[in-house]
Each structure stands twice: as structure tokens, then as C-alpha cells.
Design a protein around this ligand. Structure first.
Ligand code: ADP
Length: 326
């Protein structure tokens, strides 16, 4: 393998709080270890269109606390085609970028995996997504911040909920995963979480209603994971209107509120550890792995595993939710 002199870094797909902290850690760890750093703007699109700037340590000053990503991010159709990836590779050669660090979610790491299978490019991925849906890592960068934002929002909805007899249905993000809904429900004291992982096993709405909602309480809060499988908050509200017409249901969709904001201490620390680990991985000759955290240890997860879409939620949390909502 050719010696790595210059490392390219990009953020791709959905933005997540902590991506900047990760970029800072990658840039500074790389410089510390004697590498040059080239920052690629707008994800894979910038790699194709050559939107690339050399980064020094001061380029990442004062960003550890900023949400979003200063590199911008994009969804890039061209990169899903062999011609687009060929063009990206040619730009890499022209820029003399020897290795890539990709910060992004499931889609971005699938792209990295595909690219690495076609070209001799060492790539290390960092899990940057609020959804926490990457296999092989206990946490993704941005998840903790989103969870805290959800808790903050639900606390406020609770103040009005306790003043009326209503069912509050709150939709949270998560793509096809229920981590935000389930853990957000526990953190905010909601009665239930409706999540895609168990949608085919139980009728979660029916279970909630039958569990005695309104017997002991005036109002109830339920968090619903956005997903075609759950039907989202609108789908659940529609069911309430037709199946339980005497119930007063109100919908709140938290939407992009959940993506923004300054990263929590936990996300900044995770991003810093993972950013440093990405450079260690390249120094060790690792390639085509995602950096993960497992039981508080840094681990290397092959891309093929990371994107396999079957990371499990902790089902014991469902039982805790049930117990705590009596
Ligand atoms: P996220 O990384 O947040 O999951 P996306 O799913 O939108 O976001 O993916 C980001 C980008 O990654 C896409 O716009 C595309 O350029 C690239 N990508 C995703 N999947 C693939 C794939 N299978 N092959 C090549 N590129 C992909």
C-alpha cells in the first residue's frame, strides 16, 4: 500500500450535531501525526466537483461547540453511479489525497463501501447521524444531542398536556429505527413509544389504550418514530380518530428541531475520541472500517457490518416504559 501523506475529510448525508467536533479532531490528530489535511465541501458532491481546500489547525478553531457542519453536506446522485465515482477518484488523484475519512450515516458509509470496493482507497468512516442506527457502535455522533433536544421539547409539551385531558402524539426522527423514540420516551416520562422494530409483533396503539390510559391519568404522551412502518404521528392520529373517536388526540412533529443545536458534552467527547481514532486506524493500516464505540471502547467495524440495518433496540427499555407508566 502506498504511504499516506494527505488525508481528505468530508461530511455527507444528514447533518448531525458533533460533526464539527469530529472534523476538528480528525484535522488536528492528522496534523499532529504529520499528515496534510484536505477538506472536501458538500460531501461526495464536492469530491466530484473538486470543492477542496487544504485545512490547517486554525481552520477548525472555534467549531467544537457548533451544530451542523462547516463543511456543508449534500446528497449526491452522481456518486451512486460508476461514472460519478470514477470522477471522484480522478479528483482524489489530482488533489493527491491518499485516504479518506467520511463522516455520515448509513447512506454515506454505504457509498464509502462501494467506492472502496472499486478503487484502491483506504477509507475510514465515522458514524455521524442522530438516528443511532449504525450497527457495531453503541452510539452515533449527534444521537445524544438529539435525545436531549427531544427531552427538552417534550418537557414543554407536558406542561400543557397536564392541563387538559388529551393524548399527545409526538413524532420524532430516527428513519427506520426507534432509538430516539424509545429512549426519548423514557427520558421525558412519556407513557409509551411506538417504534418500527416491534410494529409487526404488537399493535402498539391498542396496547397503549388498553393499558389503562385515562383510567388513572388525565393526559398521555406517546412518542412515535417517523417511519412508514409506524405510520408516523399522523398515521397514529388517524387511527385514533377512527378507532377511538371519543379521544382527543393532538399531534406534534418535532422535525428538524431535532437536528440542530450545540452538541452535548457526550457528543463532543465521542466525536473527539472517534476523530482521533480515525487517524490511529489509518496509521495502523486499517481500511474500510467505521469507528465505533462498544462498552466505552473504540472498535473498528467493517463497513459491510455497519450498514447491515439490523441494529437492535434494547427491548428491556420497553418493559421499563410499561412499568413506569402504570
Ligand atoms: P446518510 O449518510 O445520512 O444516511 P444518505 O442516505 O442521503 O445520508 O446518503 C448520503 C449520500 O451517500 C448519498 O447522497 C449518495 O451520494 C451516497 N450513497 C448512499 N448510498 C450509496 C450507495 N449504495 N452507493 C454509492 N453512494 C451511496
Amino acid at each position: 500500500m502506498a504511504k499516506i501523506k494527505t488525508i481528505g475529510v468530508l461530511t455527507s448525508g444528514g447533518d448531525a450535531p458533533g460533526m464539527n467536533a469530529a472534523l476538528r479532531a480528525i484535522t488536528r490528530s492528522a496534523i499532529y501525526s504529520g499528515f496534510n489535511v484536505k477538506a472536501i465541501y458538500r460531501g461526495y458532491r464536492g469530491l466530484i466537483t473538486n470543492e477542496i481546500v487544504e485545512f490547517k489547525t486554525q481552520n477548525v478553531s472555534n467549531i467544537v461547540q457548533q451544530g451542523g457542519t462547516i463543511l456543508k453536506t449534500a446528497r449526491c446522485k452522481e456518486f451512486t453511479t460508476p461514472e460519478g465515482r470514477q470522477q471522484a477518484y480522478e479528483v482524489m488523484r489530482k488533489q493527491e489525497i491518499d485516504a479518506l475519512v467520511v463522516i455520515g450515516g448509513d447512506g454515506s458509509l454505504s457509498g464509502a463501501r462501494q467506492f472502496a470496493s472499486e478503487f484502491d482507497v483506504p477509507i475510514v468512516g465515522l458514524p455521524g447521524t442522530i438516528d443511532n442506527d449504525l450497527y457495531g457502535t453503541d452510539h452515533t455522533i449527534g444521537y445524544d444531542t438529539a435525545l436531549n433536544t427531544i427531552m427538552w421539547c417534550v418537557d414543554r409539551i407536558r406542561d400543557t398536556a397536564t392541563s387538559h385531558e388529551r393524548l399527545f402524539i409526538i413524532e420524532v426522527m430516527g428513519r427506520n429505527a426507534g432509538f430516539l423514540a424509545l429512549n426519548g420516551a423514557i427520558a421525558s416520562g412519556a407513557e409509551a413509544a411506538i417504534i418500527p422494530e416491534i410494529s409487526t409483533e404488537v399493535d402498539q396503539l391498542k396496547e397503549l389504550i388498553q393499558s389503562g390510559f385515562r383510567k388513572s391519568k388525565n393526559s398521555s404522551i406517546v412518542l412515535v418514530a417517523e417511519s412508514p412502518v409506524t405510520g408516523g404521528a399522523m398515521g397514529i392520529a388517524e387511527r385514533v380518530r377512527t378507532e377511538y373517536p371519543d379521544m382527543d388526540a393532538r399531534v406534534t412533529i418535532l422535525g428538524h428541531l431535532q437536528r440542530g443545536g450545540s452538541p452535548t458534552a457526550q457528543d463532543r467527547i465521542l466525536a473527539s475520541r472517534m476523530g482521533a481514532a480515525a487517524i490511529d486506524a489509518l496509521l495502523e493500516g486499517q481500511r474500510n472500517v467505521m469507528i465505533g464505540d462498544s462498552n466505552d471502547e473504540i472498535v473498528y467495524v467493517p463497513f459491510s457490518k455497519a450498514v447491515r440495518k439490523d441494529k437492535q433496540v434494547d427491548r428491556s427499555l420497553l418493559e421499563i416504559l410499561r412499568r413506569l407508566s402504570v
